[in-house]
Design a protein around this ligand. Structure first.
Ligand code: C2E
Ligand code: CA
Ligand code: CA
Ligand code: CA
Length: 284
């Protein structure tokens, strides 16, 4: 098969038929998807590694396009380039807050929502979040915004200062901020102290290691240990992402990493499936 060109993405059909879509078609499709309600949220548990209890869930976006289910990595870049990420982000935030209200009421679970840089830098961002909370009835303490360090820091100093101000305002309502994909950017460990951060999500590149004695896996081990230690000393709960094996879980528990997320515990689930899972008890 021909490799997809730079401006093309692949859509994987359940029947394994692969179709190439160019960016213009994706943008057109995204506009339609907003109108036609083709976006769906799946929820993946974040688990307390000591007790096995579900501590929170992360909302992960899926596009149910007429051509098949499109994963976010295939359309978020186009959504960002076209600015469509802003209305999409509003939908995601509102739906996540509405869905999470019952999980929070029944089980005390928080919801993590991914926020892209474009959303964050929009002047109306704080209002959008507060509206979603007010309209859904979800308390601010039950919302965690996931932001990558690039989204926080990649722009100019003034921009960063504005974003910090927005996040600080939201934190007065109890909303928490998680640094996503920690360790993959230009992580200056020092900035964790200065930014409005409540949770650190350690990128799967560190935690998703294979146990081994080769130099690469030993180094990854050492880095994971160092990051967890750093978070502990700064009193920031750490979430290890992409935990796939019992061995990884054990390693993380040995290092006293408080939280984990990954296929070992659960895949991202449609809301009704999560309802069922939680109804059977919050322990995983
Ligand atoms: P992310 O925020 O780092 O999300 C974690 C990704 O890891 C998700 O991919 C999740 O399905 C996947 N994952 C979870 N457990 C495992 C595991 O054990 N092994 C492996 N290999 N993968 C695991 P997904 O859902 O395809 O999302 C990809 C990225 O798209 C996300 O990365 C996030 O950056 C972005 N994204 C997803 N939903 C949204 C959204 O609503 N808004 C924005 N702005 N970005 C989103
Ligand atoms: Ca995330
Ligand atoms: Ca992540
Ligand atoms: Ca990521």
């Amino acid at each position: 098969a021909k490799a997809a060109g730079k401006n093309q993405i692949s859509v994987f059909h359940p029947g394994l038929r692969v179709e190439r879509l160019d960016r213009a078609r994706i943008a057109e499709g995204l506009r339609r998807a907003l109108d036609e309600d083709e976006f769906v949220l799946n929820y993946q548990p974040v688990v307390d590694l000591r007790t096995g209890e579900v501590h929170a869930v992360e909302a992960l976006l899926r596009w149910h396009s007429p051509e098949g289910i499109v994963p976010p990595d295939a359309f978020i870049p186009t959504a960002e380039e076209t600015g469509l990420i802003v209305p999409i982000g509003v939908q995601v935030l509102r739906r996540a807050c509405f869905d999470a209200r019952r999980w929070h009421e029944r089980y005390g679970i928080a919801v993590n929502v991914n926020v892209s840089g474009h959303q964050l830098h929009r002047p109306g961002f704080v209002g959008t979040v507060l509206d979603a909370l007010a309209d859904s009835g979800l308390p601010g303490e039950a919302l965690i915004l996931e932001i990558t360090e690039t989204a926080l820091l990649a722009t100019g100093q003034q921009e960063t200062a504005r974003v910090i101000e927005s996040l600080s305002e939201l934190r007065t309502y109890g909303v928490r901020v998680a640094i996503d994909d920690f360790g993959t950017g230009y992580s200056s460990l020092a900035y964790l102290q200065h930014l409005p951060v409540d949770v650190v999500k350690i990128d799967g590149a560190f935690t998703g290691y294979e146990a081994g004695t080769d130099t690469a896996s030993r180094q990854r081990h050492a880095l994971t240990r160092a990051i967890i230690g750093l978070c502990e000393s700064l009193d920031l709960p750490a979430v290890a992402e992409k935990v796939e094996t019992a061995e990884q879980e054990e390693f993380l528990r040995d290092m006293r990493c408080p939280l984990g997320q990954g296929y070992l515990f659960s895949k991202p689930l449609p809301a009704q499936d999560l309802d069922r899972l939680l109804a059977g008890g919050t322990g995983l």
